[in-house]
Design a protein around this ligand. Structure first.
Ligand code: FES
Length: 321
């Protein structure tokens, strides 16, 4: 991964427990990279941790804006950012990556966010508005006090805000919100896994085809899955198509570790199948998925693998590396 040193130019309380962070280039030459709505960045924290956060602003603004919720049970990432950052602090920021891209074009877009999952959807919302593309954002939060970007969102005509609803109440509301789909509409959802499952179930029930449903896990809410360390149980031959290398994967070894033995580095971050950093294209072979990141459709396609945790159920696996 490529890293860029940036400075903190803005810090503000976006909502209760949510830190708004603005990161800008060290000089005024503009960003040395481009990015698109739905992208996230990796932040190197002083404690040696690396964490991913979605970008919320318009790419044309020349800086990066993020919103970070303080997670009491996090492994130290959000707590460090809330407590240690000061105006002028410098940080190593990974070049943005987008694993949740908004499809280009003019098709209407429906966005459903829960909690801090609003962050990538806010970037999509702002981009759609700027392009005069039809969009509607539904934003569910625990309370008004915990709703980020409220000052902006409450003035928008195509935003619906809900706070204080239980998961059962949300589930009861969704079918009506998702009914009457406009032709070609696309649906993007971000929030806790249970919320996104409920959104997709409701959408399918009222006629949305699966191929227009897109989701992103809100990484810092996810707990490491019990099977996250389920590494390769049987001996498999791993072929790396681009580099022309092959390696036998040892029992209990991850595909990332096996590739590293023959000099092929796969970018990783969480190492638990949650962040998407290691997402790799599969050329051939049967994947045994153990991640929390891919959608059902992506898994069924057999095109992608998260090699930090997933393995192979056939004797050979060929990756596009
Ligand atoms: S490193 Fe995060 S999903 Fe593999």
């Amino acid at each position: 991964m490529s890293w860029v040193e940036m400075k903190v130019r803005g810090l503000r309380e976006e909502a209760e427990g949510i830190l708004g962070l603005e990161l800008c280039p060290l000089n005024d030459d503009g960003l040395p990279f481009s990015w698109t709505p739905g992208a996230h960045v990796d932040l190197q924290l002083g404690s040696g941790l690396v964490r991913q956060y979605s970008l919320t602003n318009l790419a044309e603004e020349g800086c990066l804006r993020l919103a970070i919720k303080r997670e009491p049970d996090s492994r130290g990432g959000s707590q460090w950012l809330h407590e240690q950052l000061r105006l002028g602090s410098r940080m190593q920021v990974g070049v943005p990556r987008n694993l949740f891209a908004l499809a280009p074009g003019t098709a209407p877009v429906v966005l459903l966010a829960a909690g801090i999952g609003v962050t990538p959807l806010l970037a999509m919302y702002r981009a759609c508005r700027a392009q005069q593309r039809p969009v509607h954002l539904y934003y569910f939060s625990r309370s008004r006090a915990q709703s980020a970007f409220l000052d902006e969102l409450r003035t928008q005509p195509d935003v619906s805000l809900f706070s204080g609803l239980s998961s059962v109440e949300i589930a009861l509301r969704l079918p009506a919100l998702l009914a009457n789909r406009q032709p070609d509409s696309l649906l993007y959802s971000c929030g806790p896994a249970g919320f996104m499952d409920c959104v997709f179930e409701s959408a399918r029930a009222v006629g949305w085809p699966s191929e227009v449903l897109y989701r992103e896990h809100f990484q810092t809410h996810l707990q490491a899955p019990e099977h996250a360390a389920a590494n390769q149980a049987q001996r498999v031959q791993l072929w790396l198509a681009k580099s022309g290398k092959q390696v036998a994967v040892n029992s209990g070894e991850t595909l990332v570790a096996a590739a590293a033995r023959v000099g092929v580095e796969i970018t990783t971050s969480c190492g638990m199948g949650m962040c998407g950093a290691c997402m790799t294209r599969v050329v051939s072979g049967e994947v045994d998925h153990h991640d929390q990141y891919l959608s059902d459709a992506e898994r069924a396609s057999g095109e992608w693998i998260m090699p930090c945790v997933s393995s192979c159920s056939s004797n050979a696996l060929v990756l596009d590396l």
